[in-house]
Design a protein around this ligand. Structure first.
Ligand SMILES: C=C(O[C@@H]1C=C(C(=O)O)C=C[C@H]1O)C(=O)O
Length: 378
């Protein structure tokens, strides 16, 4: 073989690729124009854009006809049909309610909101509320459900609730409440968790502590090393208050230094949590959406159609739109065995047209879809 350069060797086959791409592009444009004709028919007939059954027929056919390239052909046609549907959604202005929300929602939180949270003074929820709303002392309620009810019935403007701890994981009860109430998330903050071992002054050596379940889970190493048993209590601050008011011998509390100060407890050890970078993420819930111009976190939820690869194909659409998935949480749908709602967080801003178009498309296609908010993390 004469001494050909790589470019010379590649040239003929690249010419073939260029010829094929030219044909592919023409066929793609023709296919998009067919999709637009379908959209006009759907507009007149008032039928939804997504026809999952039709798409499954196409995917089954291309997998069969593509032979060894079957999987790749399915990925290609999934993307082609996603683009096709997106064009139809744009033409039909799908997600009208979401577009109206994007245009009409306030872009700033209330000036002097009434804040509600679970727990008691000195709880980590208290620290989060004051970080998010300086100077706005919260009203404390017994349970997370009470916080959601108070916001829903107007007794509070914003509720501050923990959604996840970096060590112990998601607060499932709160995600279930978010999915049940479908209120809006209008803010979030990560609060460092620094647990202390505390007791009432003048009481004896601590053999057992009380604290919230998640707090005990975050301090297993210290408690086990020191032979201290744990008993679940409603929350860390309430545990501190119980110990301060009852002064039980041998019983202490795991709580924050703030809570120890609020209730006059003696701090025996600080930073007893298993990991030093432990933090809890708190979300702010509200009845109405607030969509700041500089929001960078999108939260939404939906369940999945019963089609092969539906979660993958849905997440792929976010990736194709340049939106980075930062959280996914699946929770069982009450009363529907082994059916799940998916809660997702993405980076992005709803005021970006591409992002808005994608979320509007999903709102028309995904079962049980709710846009939960677009906010800036503090
Ligand atoms: C084109 C249609 O609309 C959508 C897009 C499809 C496609 O691009 O092939 C197929 C089914 C629908 O989800 C249709 O209903 O035929």
């Amino acid at each position: 073989m004469e001494n050909k350069t790589f470019d010379e060797l590649l040239l003929p086959v690249r010419n073939d690729i260029d010829r094929i791409d030219k044909q592919l592009l023409q066929l793609f444009i023709e296919r998009m124009q067919c999709s637009e004709r379908v959209a006009e028919i759907k507009r007149k007939a008032g039928i939804p854009v997504l026809n999952a059954a039709r798409e499954q027929v196409i995917l089954d056919r291309v997998r069969r006809d593509a032979g060894e390239y079957g999987d790749s052909a399915v990925a290609l046609y999934s993307a082609i049909m996603s683009i096709s549907r997106a064009r139809q959604h744009t033409m039909l202005e799908s997600g009208g309610a979401l577009r109206a929300l994007e245009q009409n929602s306030p872009r700033a939180l209330l000036e002097n909101p009434r804040i509600v949270c679970q727990g008691a003074p000195g709880a980590y929820s208290h620290s989060a509320a004051l970080r998010l709303f300086p100077g706005r002392e919260p009203v404390f309620l017994p349970g997370f459900g009470d916080v959601f009810e108070a916001v829903r019935n107007g007794d509070g403007d914003y509720g501050v609730v923990p959604v996840e701890n970096s060590d112990a994981g998601s607060v499932s009860e709160v995600y279930d409440l978010i999915l049940r109430h479908r209120m809006y998330i209008v803010g979030a903050a990560d609060i460092p968790v620094r647990h202390c071992l505390c007791r009432a002054k003048g009481t004896g050596a601590v053999q057992k502590v009380i604290s919230k379940q998640e707090a005990l889970a975050q301090c297993t190493s210290y408690l086990e090393q020191n032979g201290i048993a744990g008993e679940v209590f409603s929350n860390t601050a309430a545990a501190a208050r119980y110990v301060a008011e009852n002064r039980p011998e041998g019983l202490g509390a795991v709580c924050s230094a703030d809570a120890a100060r609020v209730y006059g407890l003696e701090i025996l050890a600080e930073d007893i949590q298993n990991t030093d970078n432990n933090c809890t993420r708190f979300a702010v819930i509200a009845r109405e959406a607030v969509l700041p111009g500089d929001a960078d976190k999108i939260s939404l939820c939906f369940s999945l159609p019963h089609t092969t690869g539906s979660l993958y194909r849905t997440l792929e659409r976010f990736a194709l739109s340049g939106l980075n998935l930062t959280k996914i949480e699946s929770r069982p749908i009450p009363g529907q065995n082994f059916e799940y709602d998916f809660y997702l967080d993405f980076t992005g801003n709803i005021h970006d047209e591409r992002t808005l178009a994608l979320i509007c498309a999903l709102s028309g296609e995904m079962p049980r879809f709710s846009f939960l908010g677009n906010y800036k993390e503090s």
